[in-house]
Design a binder for this molecule. Sequence first.
Ligand SMILES: *[C@@H]1O[C@H](CO)[C@@H](O)[C@H](O)[C@H]1NC(C)=O
Ligand SMILES: *[C@@H]1O[C@H](CO)[C@@H](O)[C@H](O)[C@H]1NC(C)=O
Length: 307
Amino acid sequence: MLPPRFSLQLTWLLKQYLLLSFFVVGAACDAPQNLRDLYDAIRAKRQCSNELATGFYSKSSGSNTFSYCGDRLQSSGIIYLQGRNGALANMDVDCDGVGGVAEDGRCRYELSPDTQNVTSFRDAVVGYGKGLKDLNPYVHPYVVFGNDKGTRHRAGWHPFDPTEKGMKPLSVMAVVCSGYQVVYGIWGDTNGDDGAKPMIGEASLALATACGGKGMNGDSGIDEDSILFAGFTGDEAVPGANGANWTATDFDSFEKSIEGLGTQLVGRIQADKTDKAGASGSGRIEPEWVHVAGAAAFVLVLGITLL
Ligand SMILES: *[C@@H]1O[C@H](CO)[C@@H](O)[C@H](O)[C@H]1NC(C)=O
Ligand SMILES: *[C@@H]1O[C@H](CO)[C@@H](O)[C@H](O)[C@H]1NC(C)=O
């Protein structure tokens, strides 16, 4: 038996660890194995064979070799972004929509002067009849996917409309960030033709925060071309008016409401016969939270043993 004061301290430590691990894990969760395998396989394959559209930029200073990839469109009903030489996409931060709820200033004008605009499917969001005026970049984890034709007729402009390949507005998407963490998002916006170049790789502040932490803001996202953005085709990917907590006032509550559908959709991702055996595990980065959870488990066992 331990002196009572020591065991009290242990209990306190245990609580801190459990709270911490819960908090850290709350942002994103471990991707299911088949999604990890997909991530590894497409990076190992280096580039897309069935480019549905190409000529996009991940960074405006980079190359225009990024595509919407249809390699798994037939087998798994997904469309994803891919560059060359194993690159995926980076994640710029989008602040379009209406803030207010959960607003903490990270989308303020000085950081994000190109916003104050509506998201692409705002009318459908309003049409859900939940009292929303638009998506909220601080709450809703939306993905910017597809590139508008636009009206400016710029040279070298490349449009892509994911609905032509079966994706539906406001459907659930899967985003895999570093350390195989998955965040389920909503296809909620498209890339406009307001910039000089056709860009890809962008998500709302809420989604970016789940991937990259509180340092994300309207002017600062994730630079590395290591993010997998995958959209799912078909009506079954659409949660609809009552299948998601649209009126949630925080990211976690919204995320929880689409996790079930997200997991179900990921379930349809199949291995491809062109996948390299043993691709899984290459370039694995252990996320911080694995250590936190490990420490929590250790303290839990220690606590139970000693108390
Ligand atoms: C929003 O975007 C549309 C289309 O790109 C543009 O016509 C409009 O002026 C923008 N509105 C604001 C307030 O920036
Ligand atoms: C939606 O999320 C809010 C918190 O943001 C919560 O109070 C509410 O109960 C949730 N609604 C449902 C139907 O889960």
